[in-house]
Design a protein around this ligand. Structure first.
Ligand SMILES: Nc1ncnc2c1ncn2[C@@H]1O[C@H](COP(=O)(O)OP(=O)(O)OP(=O)(O)O)[C@@H](O)[C@H]1O
Length: 240
């Protein structure tokens, strides 16, 4: 069974069509990067995959079901810059939200162990008592990834995970995403993601241009260079 199946997907907010005839599939544990210009429809596509928006036409299946029916296996990482820093909440509490999001108000010993293990795996165990507002952008992003992983998802969807983070933090976040042994959908402005072990690249600008692995070699891939991506990369040759 495919992790994601999108067939003939169309979407519009008001009159203007935002996404037109989008088709793609993603297998279990694959990694897709969704790139494209501002306003091209990347976040809208992510919201459709998450079940936050309904297609105008077409079909989306996440592990064989509608996104809403399978929301318990979808981890979502919003942009860390949207985090409300006025709430004096600790790292542990934020990550624990991932265990409590199924109508459960109290955590048990097992939940605590799961959260501890994730904090350890992500190298942020020492931050567990720190307030979110006192963390760097990169640390905050790791906490949001940890929260998404706490639901034990089969698939994780991330919106601009490296935005507003310094270069060292960006590398750490990309390393972390690469190391995850689950299906990954990452919307990004950051073309460095193209140099990572992605299985597919979707360039979204109303329509989608899909590039598939097995191993991507963007600079040498003439076909991909010739399409709109070259404008996006803002270079004359398709080097990154
Ligand atoms: N809630 C909304 N109502 C109406 N139009 C919207 C809404 N959200 C987004 N749009 C419009 O839909 C288009 C696609 O927006 P979207 O946020 O999906 O693009 P994006 O590729 O994620 O852009 P960016 O890279 O700037 O985040 C844009 O023209 C945007 O103005």
């Amino acid at each position: 069974m495919n992790a994601i199946e999108v067939k003939n997907l169309f979407f519009k907010y008001e009159k203007e069509i935002i996404l037109k005839n989008i088709n793609f599939t993603l297998k279990d544990k694959e990694f897709i990067a969704i790139i494209g210009p501002n306003g091209g429809g990347k976040s809208t596509l992510l919201k459709l995959l998450l079940g936050f928006l309904k297609p105008l036409k077409g079909e989306i299946k996440i592990y064989g079901k509608n996104p809403k029916e399978n929301s318990h296996i979808i981890g979502y990482v919003p942009q860390h810059t949207n985090f409300n820093l006025d709430i004096p909440i600790t790292v542990f509490d934020v990550v624990m939200q991932g265990r409590l999001s199924k109508g459960k108000f109290f955590y048990n010993k097992e939940d605590k162990e799961i959260v501890k293990e994730i904090l350890n795996n992500l190298g942020i165990y020492d931050l567990k008592k720190r307030k979110i507002k006192d963390l760097s952008g990169g640390q905050r992003q790791k906490v949001l990834i940890a929260r998404a992983l706490a639901i034990k998802p089969k698939i994780i969807m991330m919106d601009e995970p490296t935005s507003a983070i310094d270069i060292k933090g960006q590398k750490e976040i990309l390393d972390l995403i690469e190391s995850l042994d689950i299906t990954r959908v990452v919307v990004s402005h950051d073309i460095k993601i193209l140099l990572r072990e992605v299985d597919k690249i979707a360039y979204v600008n109303k329509k989608m241009i899909l590039h598939e692995g097995p191993k991507l070699n963007i600079p040498k891939d003439k076909h991909f260079c010739e399409v709109e991506l070259i404008d996006f990369l803002k270079v004359n040759e398709c080097g990154i």
